[in-house]
Design a protein around this ligand. Structure first.
Ligand code: AMP
Length: 548
């Protein structure tokens, strides 16, 4: 029996921290402040401050295996927490600041966070919650913001800078098991309570390496990444870890996420890469159309979280900015696919590949399960529910401090694959095309209509800013599509014209009869169309419907 002769060095976040803060010590994290000058800190300084933070947290009683919550924007201090908390053996629990208060309280209590790091600007959100968070013993406040609301609250309050000041800038990071918990994120929970996914050191390390591969984001120390996707949304798609590993400069928007400051940030700081959901890119496009800015430093943009409308990709192509579609979920760390076309194609031949959700990397195995439970072929035509497995894919949800992990049947197959709830096809060369969320497909008279296809076709109309299509009950057909449309300013189109426009690319039987114009499409806490809200508004008669 032959044995491997290789060393068994655990894949730990502390190794990413040590590598980034020395080999790439001169790389920087720039945080937008809204002041004339942004704030800059080198990776070397981040490394020292992470050690100081770890000393402080240990003194406050944070031990190995315990969660520490962060309620923070994307900024340098949040990166320090990202590196310090897992490296010391504790578990970084990023809190989604856009969740409704009762869900936020639920996840803090469910994870049993005893410490919360919070940005001063988010205290108005945290303070009213504190009476409902009986386990929280310490609140550590970083950055500007009125702190008077904290007077007299129950937990002990600390100032981040005062807490870490004067502490040793080195920490003897423990040699942990690489399978130990490192970070946790709760799903944005469109139905039921949010569910916790707990990442390990190993899963984060391997995921970071994949993010850095050329076939994925392929960033190096020559790049600056504008990390718009929040650090509470699947670890900002893994960017704080992967960029620290490769010395990629980070540009962090803090709370300045509106289109105008984002456009200014890009023009002034000239990032080469950015990552955000389609809603952000829609808003930025409207902004730079009204007030032109130079965005051409961006030569790669990662767009995902929901389907990228082809019209959006085309519009950015015209601005010299190439959007690259990616698919993933909280349960997949999140990188599942990226739409870099195969080599040797002309721009025209690349286009259909760019519109897919992308290709699976070596670490992600995929299969499609058809309606009857059969595994469907990768022929680009047979549709099924996407199931995935791999070293950075969840095998269960967190059950709570004293409970077993949860493996709901609708989320995990008996043989251990994650059921994504996404429906689509896979081409023979491994490119995934999603047609819908299983729960958003419109089931009309025994046939399926893709809400995403209708939305993409509608958003290609020059007068349409945004469009969301949902299934509504229909006596004759079971379900039919309802089109909710946001028009651009000064638009003159009407429903009949929009329907005729759709008819140019969509089969007649799929065209919506029910239409409504809305001021804005409701969005979830991470900026996706919230179709549940639209369906409820329709059921309650709150929408002004026109039938054609
Ligand atoms: P979350 O866990 O909040 O990131 O949500 C994951 C879900 O977002 C996936 O299961 C998909 O339904 C959706 N999603 C993510 N990326 C894409 C994409 N590129 N195209 C379509 N849907 C996407």
């Amino acid at each position: 029996m032959l044995h491997s002769t290789m060393q068994d060095v655990p894949l730990l976040i502390s190794r990413i921290l040590a590598h980034g803060s020395t080999i790439h010590g001169r790389s920087t994290v720039t945080t937008w402040t809204g002041e004339p000058e942004p704030h800059r800190r080198t990776f070397a300084e981040i490394g020292e401050r992470a050690a100081q933070l770890a000393h402080a947290l240990r003194e406050l009683g944070v031990d190995e295996g315990q969660p520490a919550g962060t309620l923070m924007w994307n900024n340098a201090e949040h990166v320090e927490a990202y590196l310090a908390i897992p490296s010391m053996g504790a578990v970084l629990h990023t809190l989604n600041l856009r969740l409704p208060p009762e869900q936020l309280a639920y996840i803090v209590n469910h994870a049993a966070d005893r410490i919360i790091l919070v940005n001063g600007s988010l205290l108005p959100l945290l303070v009213p919650l504190l009476p409902h968070l009986p386990r929280v013993e310490h609140v550590i406040v970083a950055g500007p913001g009125d702190r008077s609301a904290l007077d007299g609250v129950a937990p002990a309050v600390h100032d981040y800078e005062e807490l870490i000041a004067g502490r040793p800038t080195r920490y003897d990071w423990p040699e942990l098991d690489e399978r130990a918990p490192a970070a946790m994120c709760y799903t944005s929970g469109t139905t039921g309570d949010p569910k916790g996914v707990v990442y390990s050191h190993r899963s984060i390390y391997l995921h970071s390496m994949q993010v850095n591969m050329t076939e994925s984001m392929g960033l190096t120390d020559r790049d600056t990444s504008l990390v718009v996707v929040p650090q509470f949304h699947v670890n900002a798609w893994g960017l704080p870890h992967s960029t620290f590993m490769a010395g990629v400069h980070m540009l962090m928007p803090d709370r300045f996420l509106q289109p105008a400051p984002l456009a200014e940030m890009i023009e002034r700081e000239r990032p080469t890469h950015a990552a955000a959901v389609p809603t952000i890119w829609q808003g930025l496009l409207a902004e730079v159309t009204a007030n032109p800015r130079d965005l051409t430093s961006l030569d790669r943009v990662t767009i995902g979280g929901s389907a990228c409308p082809p019209s959006l990709m085309e519009a950015y192509d015209k601005l010299g900015v190439r959007l690259c579609h990616a698919w993933g979920m909280t349960e997949t760390s999140p990188l599942g696919t990226m739409a870099n076309p195969p080599a040797g194609l002309t721009a025209e031949e690349e286009w259909p590949y760019r519109l897919t959700q992308g290709r699976f990397p070596a670490g992600v195995e995929a299969r499609l399960t058809g309606p009857g439970g059969d595994i469907m072929p990768w022929d680009g035509e047979s549709a099924g529910e996407l199931e995935v497995r791999g070293p950075w894919i969840a095998a269960a949800y967190y059950g709570g401090p004293d409970a077993e992990p949860l493996r709901p049947e609708d989320k995990f197959s008996p043989d251990g694959w994650l059921k994504t709830g996404d429906v689509g096809t896979i081409s023979p060369d491994g490119f995934l095309t999603l047609t819908d969320r299983a729960k958003d497909v419109i089931k009309s008279g025994g046939e399926w209509i893709s809400s995403v296809e209708l939305e993409n076709a509608l958003m290609a109309h020059p007068d349409v800013a945004e469009a969301a299509v949902v299934a509504v009950p229909d006596e004759k057909w079971g379900e039919r599509p309802l089109a909710t449309v946001v028009l651009k300013e000064g638009a003159t189109t009407d429903y009949a014209e929009l329907r005729a426009f759709l008819g140019e690319s969509i089969a007649k039987w799929q065209l919506p009869e029910r239409w409504t114009i809305v001021p804005t499409v409701p969005k979830t806490s991470v900026g996706k169309f919230d179709k549940k809200v639209i369906r409820r508004q329709y059921a309650e008669g709150a929408l002004d419907i026109t039938e054609l």
